[in-house]
Design a protein around this ligand. Structure first.
Ligand code: BEZ
Length: 262
């Protein structure tokens, strides 16, 4: 997760702000849907775990409850403050510049790596952070993740003369490219797959757009933002609402488990 304006020196987009209370309202489902990656990672009591992109620490707390010693890192100072308020050992850190060396049995990451453009830098840092024999369990956006939403936002921006490429903060790898990055680093990939996961939103798509699309929206002048949201909403209404009026976001997950050889 990211905060403040500009582009970080690793290329990470930093116009996205994470307001913990807005996040809980519009994106409280994110840590709840982190259960599959937690089950795949299978943390064992006594293990030392790094939660990469821990956000406000909801999932981190669950790993602590299993008896692990957990360190959480996130690029958003606001989210780290919220995680610390839960009593967690949490630190502001760019996931593309991890500073740990040979100290974790497990690195777990849920719904965070797609905010980090330099995937190889992340994988390199995870490799260094793990002890020999350690494992890397990750779930992130992959393939055509939120493709309908992304295209609608980009179309609305382009129609108003903005450079949508420059505003797009997301990196959604496929199986072949991410496996190659992991194997090039030296990891043994136990499993890697793309999973369609249509996700009901807790409210209107507008709340999701304000929560996750600030990098797009903040690059437009304030007086244009409501119009952009309305254009996106109108384009998506016929294709992303079910018969009960519930908005269903077209999430696609990339889930993988990799091992650093002993
Ligand atoms: C995701 O978790 O896949 C995601 C979240 C926010 C924006 C885009 C994708």
């Amino acid at each position: 997760m990211v905060g403040d304006t500009g582009v970080g020196d690793t290329g990470q987009q930093v116009t996205q702000k994470w307001d913990p209370s807005r996040y809980q309202t519009n994106a409280g489902f994110v840590p709840k849907l982190g259960r599959p990656v937690l089950e795949m990672a299978a943390p064992v009591a006594g293990e030392r775990v790094l939660d990469l992109g821990c956000g406000d620490g909801v999932l981190t707390e669950e790993i602590v409850a299993l008896g692990c010693t957990v360190v959480g890192v996130d690029f958003s100072a606001d989210q780290i403050e919220a995680a610390r308020e839960r009593g967690l050992d949490a630190h502001v850190m760019d996931g593309q510049k991890l500073t740990f060396q040979n100290e974790f049995d497990l690195v777990l990451s849920n719904a965070a790596m797609h905010w980090m453009p330099d995937q190889s830098a992340v994988i390199d840092g995870v490799w260094r952070a793990l002890k020999p024999g350690g494992r890397f369990a990750c779930e992130m956006g992959g393939g055509d993740n939120v493709g309908k939403i992304r295209r609608a936002v980009r179309t609305a921006l382009s129609a108003r003369g903005f450079d949508a490429d420059a505003m797009d903060p997301w990196t959604f790898p496929g199986v072949v490219d991410q496996r190659a990055r992991l194997e090039d680093q030296g990891f043994t990939v136990e499993s890697i797959k793309l999973i369609d996961r249509p996700t009901p939103l807790p409210g209107d798509i507008e709340g999701w757009l304000w929560t996750f699309c600030e990098s797009f929206l903040m690059a437009a002048p304030e007086e244009e933002r409501a119009g952009i949201i309305e254009d996106v909403r109108s384009a998506l209404d016929p294709i992303l609402r079910d018969e009960n009026g519930v908005w269903i976001a077209d999430y696609v997950r990339l889930r993988f488990l990799a091992h650093k050889p002993a």
